[in-house]
Design a binder for this molecule. Structure first.
Ligand code: PMV
Length: 347
């Protein structure tokens, strides 16, 4: 079959790590395994239009548009991505691509769009690959999409499917791989179904430390080896936590992982503090709320000041009241996003 031109759209979600990926080796191989909840509302929609060129070019040929306008500033990132994946998608130089993206979350909200953006783009390219190789299985499609997304941005490999995704070789997880993420293969108690994530936008500014710089800081880090082995231990502990619905155990691991991620940044050279005073205010409010109620609300953090507030669906009403009454005041312009666990990318 001759494919001349066409158009593909994917909507891919963001994800929030419970055990954090921080530190990598060559080829986007993670220094330790990680696990995340796939999100539902926070997502990137990407449309790739493709036109077959008369003859294969020497360079990649593409135009970029973001939320309806040309966006040249994305070019270096996309170019690097194309160079990394060309081996696995040999058709890339035979087409001209127009790549249009938009995010469901507000501009410069401090929410990283690399996971949702790179996974959406990888899925679009896989759809073209599937048109060229229609016999491809659905399982292979998802695995290779995750593999390609990893080469774009490590954590993006965990955004193809949901609701709980694990990435990185871990001796206690059957089928785990450094190359792509897998669906968490063990039992998960129903208290974790439809888990809620309210993202408090504490600081909407540009990230102070890019994740590339952050991962690099782990290379000569005095605590690196201890940290990497701790991630393995935490993943092992999570297995019974998920199976038994042990919310207290879950909170301990998730909050410790968030603080450890920041501790790694505070103890690297150069060192960084990515939390803001309001990040700490929110953490203290969450702890005191948990002490005076029997709520299981907890927090996690990305490599920035924003706070992800995690809680079971059964506590939605009371925690949401608490967030509105006590936490929103610490958000920049009172902004926050209500999200929940999602099930992966959609066409
Ligand atoms: O995917 P990257 O290279 O942007 O790294 C993301 C790292 C964290 O978000 C801090 C942790 C994680 O596992 O997602």
């Amino acid at each position: 079959k001759k494919i001349a031109n066409g158009k593909i759209t994917w909507k891919s979600p963001s994800n929030i790590a419970l055990v954090k990926y921080w530190g990598k080796k060559e080829n986007q191989i993670p220094a330790n395994p990680s696990i995340s909840f796939t999100l539902d509302t926070c997502a990137t929609t990407t449309t790739v239009s493709y036109q077959k060129l008369e003859e294969e070019g020497n360079e990649f040929s593409f135009d970029l548009r973001f939320e309806g306008k040309p966006k040249e500033s994305f070019r270096p990132k996309i170019l690097t991505f194309f160079q990394r994946v060309e081996k696995y998608l040999p058709f890339l130089k035979s087409y001209h691509f127009t790549i249009e993206t938009s995010n469901s979350f507000p501009h410069s909200s401090g929410i990283a769009s690399s996971a949702s953006g790179m996974s959406a783009l990888s899925l679009c390219l896989m759809s073209l690959e599937k048109e060229l190789h229609p016999e491809m299985s659905g399982e292979y499609f998802n695995k290779k999409a995750s593999f390609l997304a990893r080469l774009g941005s490590g954590s993006a490999c965990r955004s193809i499917e949901g609701d709980l995704m694990e990435w990185g070789l871990h001796s206690d997880t059957e089928g785990s791989s450094n190359e792509y993420a897998i669906k968490y293969p063990y039992p998960v108690h129903e208290v974790f179904k439809n888990y809620q994530d309210t993202i408090l936008l504490v600081d909407k500014g540009q990230k102070q430390v890019s994740s590339t710089v952050g991962h690099d800081l782990m290379h000569d880090h005095p605590f690196a080896e201890k940290r990497f082995s701790q991630a393995h231990t935490n993943l092992t502990k999570l297995r019974s936590v998920f199976a038994d619905g042990d919310l207290d155990g879950f909170i301990k691991i998730v909050e410790s992982e968030a603080l450890t991620l920041h501790a790694m940044m505070m103890t690297s050279l150069p060192y960084f503090i990515l939390m803001k005073p309001n990040t700490l205010e929110i953490i203290n409010k969450i702890w005191s709320f948990r002490e005076r109620t029997n709520s299981h609300v907890c927090f996690t953090l990305d490599a920035g000041a924003n706070v992800h507030v995690l809680y079971p669906e059964a506590e939605k009403e009371i925690v949401y009241q608490f967030i509105k009454n006590e936490l929103v005041a610490y958000c920049e312009n009172g902004q926050y996003i209500c999200d929940a666990i999602g099930y992966g990318a959609k066409k």
